[in-house]
Design a protein around this ligand. Structure first.
Ligand code: ARG
Length: 459
C-alpha cells in the first residue's frame, strides 16, 4: 500500500515503479533525512501539534532507525519509492500508529530540500578539509624548495626564472579561492526550507526557527515557493567542485609534462604510477591523467543539472529528483581525486638539478638585461630592442647572455655596462624580484608565513 495510495484505484505499473524510484541513490540521504525528522517531531511536540509522549516515541523510533542505518542493518524497499517514504514506513512498522503523525505539517517537497541542503553542507565541510590537507602539503614543499630555481613559462616557452616554491604556492592560492567559494556557498546552503510544505506553507502553528536551530542551520528560507523549487545551492556547490577539478587538472597536466623524458623535473612515486603491459620500460603518470580526465565528468554534472533546472515552472517538479546523482557524482569524484592527488604530490621527487639547469638555456634573463640598461638611462623600449638583438646574436654564437663580452654588447649600445654580468646572473635576477607576490626567496618566505597563518585559522 502506497503512502499516497488513497486517491488511486489501481496499482502502479511495475515498470513505472522501477523508473521513478529513487531509493537506489537517495538512500545516501538516510542519516540527514532522519535527523531532519527528529527535529521536526521534537518541534511538533513542543508546539503541541502532537503530544509530548507522541513526539518522544517518534524520536526514539527515528533514533533506532538511524543507529541501524549507520550499522548497515537496514534494507530499503524499492517499492517505497524514495528515502523519505522508506523511513516513514519503517518508523510506522516499529512504533505503530503514531508513526503516521510524523508527516504532519510537512511535505516531501520541503523535506527533500532540507535533506539535500544538510547533505550538501556536510560534503562542503569534507571537501574543505581535503583542500586544507593539500594546502599543507604545498606549504611543506614550498619550504623545502624556497631556492629551487626553475623556469617560469608563458605560452609553455621559458620566460623568467622563478622557484619551485613560488610555482607551487600559485596552486595554494587557487585552493584558497576554492575554499572561500565553498564557505560562501555554505551560507546559502545552510537555511532551513522546512515549513514551506508542498508549496504554500502550512496552517499548523509550527516553529520553523526551532527546527533550523536544532539542525545547526543559521536561518530559514523566506518564500515557500522558492524554497521548494530552488536548487541553486546544489548548482553552486557543483560549480565550486568543477573549479576545483579545473585547478587539479592544470596541476596534473604540469606533473604529466614534468615527469616526461623531455622535462624530467619530477618523478612520481612508484606507488602512484603504473606500467605498460607491453613496454617494459614504461612508468606512466596514470593518477594525474585520470584526475585530468575526471574533470570532464564534473563539468558534465554541472551542465546536466543546469539543464535539468532550465525552464522548470514553479515550483517542485519531479525533474528535480535528477539533482542528486549529479551532485553525488561530482563530490565523489572530487573527494576521490583529492584522496590520491595529495599523497601523490607529497611523495613526488623534484629534480633540483634539472629544474635549475633548465633556467640556463632559453635566455630567461633577457628581461633583466633590458631592465639593467634602463638603470643605465636607456629608455625601456630601446633597451628591449638591444636585449633582443643580443639574444639573436647569442643564439647564433651558441652563447648565453652572461657569456657575451663587453665588446660584443658595444655593437648595440653605448650605455655604461659596468655590473652587467652580475645583474643578469640567474640567482640575482630572481632575488631582485622582491615585490610583494614575487618569486624572490625573501618574498616567498613572507608568502609562506602568511600561508601558515591562514592554515592556522582555517584549520
Ligand atoms: N524523491 C523525490 C525527489 O528526490 C522527493 C520529493 C518528491 N515529491 C513529490 N511531490 N513527488 O525529488
Amino acid at each position: 500500500m502506497k503512502l499516497w495510495g488513497g486517491r488511486f484505484a489501481k496499482e502502479t505499473d511495475r515498470r513505472m515503479e522501477e523508473f521513478h524510484s529513487s531509493i537506489g541513490f537517495d538512500q545516501r540521504l538516510a542519516a540527514v533525512d532522519i535527523r531532519g525528522s527528529i527535529a521536526h517531531a521534537r518541534m511538533l511536540g513542543k508546539v503541541g501539534i502532537i503530544t509530548p509522549a507522541e513526539a518522544e516515541s517518534l524520536i526514539q523510533g527515528l533514533e533506532g532507525i538511524l543507529a541501524d542505518v549507520e550499522a548497515g542493518k537496514i534494507q530499503f524497499d524499492p517499492a517505497a519509492e524514495d528515502i523519505h517514504m522508506n523511513v516513514e514506513k519503517i518508523l510506522t512498522e516499529r512504533v505503530g500508529e503514531v508513526g503516521k503523525k510524523l508527516h504532519t505539517a510537512r511535505s516531501r517537497n520541503d523535506q527533500v530540500a532540507l535533506d539535500f541542503r544538510l547533505y550538501t553542507a556536510l560534503k562542503i565541510e569534507e571537501t574543505d578539509l581535503a583542500l586544507a590537507e593539500l594546502q599543507r602539503v604545498l606549504v611543506e614543499l614550498a619550504e623545502e624548495h624556497l631556492t629551487t630555481l626553475m623556469p617560469g613559462y608563458t605560452h609553455l616557452q621559458r620566460a623568467q626564472p622563478v622557484t619551485l616554491a613560488h610555482h607551487l604556492l600559485a596552486y595554494f592560492e587557487m585552493f584558497r579561492r576554492d575554499r572561500d567559494r565553498l564557505a560562501d556557498v555554505a551560507k546559502r546552503v545552510k537555511v532551513s526550507p522546512l515549513g514551506s510544505g508542498a508549496i504554500a506553507g502550512t496552517p499548523f502553528p509550527i516553529d520553523r526557527q526551532m527546527v533550523a536551530a536544532e539542525l545547526g542551520l543559521p536561518g530559514i528560507t523566506r518564500n515557500s515557493m522558492d524554497a521548494v523549487s530552488d536548487r541553486d545551492f546544489a548548482l553552486e556547490f557543483i560549480f565550486a567542485l568543477a573549479v576545483i577539478m579545473m585547478h587539479l587538472s592544470r596541476f596534473c597536466e604540469e606533473l604529466i609534462l614534468w615527469s616526461s623524458m623531455e622535462f624530467r623535473f619530477v618523478e612520481i612515486d612508484d606507488a602512484y604510477a603504473t606500467g605498460s603491459s607491453m613496454m617494459p620500460q614504461k612508468k606512466n603518470p596514470d593518477a594525474a591523467e585520470l584526475i585530468r580526465g575526471k574533470t570532464g565528468r564534473v563539468y558534465g554534472d554541472l551542465m546536466g543539472l543546469l539543464t535539468v533546472m532550465k525552464g522548470l515552472p514553479l515550483t517542485y517538479n519531479k525533474d528535480m529528483q535528477e539533482d542528486k546523482e549529479a551532485l553525488f557524482d561530482a563530490v565523489d569524484t572530487v573527494l576521490g581525486c583529492l584522496a590520491v592527488f595529495t599523497p601523490m604530490l607529497a611523495t613526488a621527487t623534484f629534480n633540483r638539478d634539472k629544474l635549475g639547469s633548465a633556467t640556463r638555456e632559453g635566455f630567461l634573463n633577457a628581461t633583466d638585461l633590458a631592465d639593467f640598461l634602463v638603470t643605465r638611462g636607456v629608455p625601456f623600449r630601446e633597451a628591449h630592442e638591444v636585449a633582443g638583438r643580443a639574444v639573436r646574436y647569442a643564439i647564433e654564437k651558441g652563447k648565453t647572455l652572461e657569456e657575451l663580452t663587453e665588446e660584443e654588447y658595444r655593437q648595440w649600445t653605448a650605455a655604461d655596462l659596468a655590473g652587467l654580468k652580475e645583474a643578469v646572473g640567474m640567482e640575482v635576477c630572481l632575488s631582485r624580484r622582491q615585490v610583494p607576490g614575487g618569486p624572490a626567496p625573501d618574498a616567498v618566505r613572507q608568502a609562506i608565513l602568511e600561508a601558515k597563518n591562514y592554515l592556522k585559522i582555517n584549520n
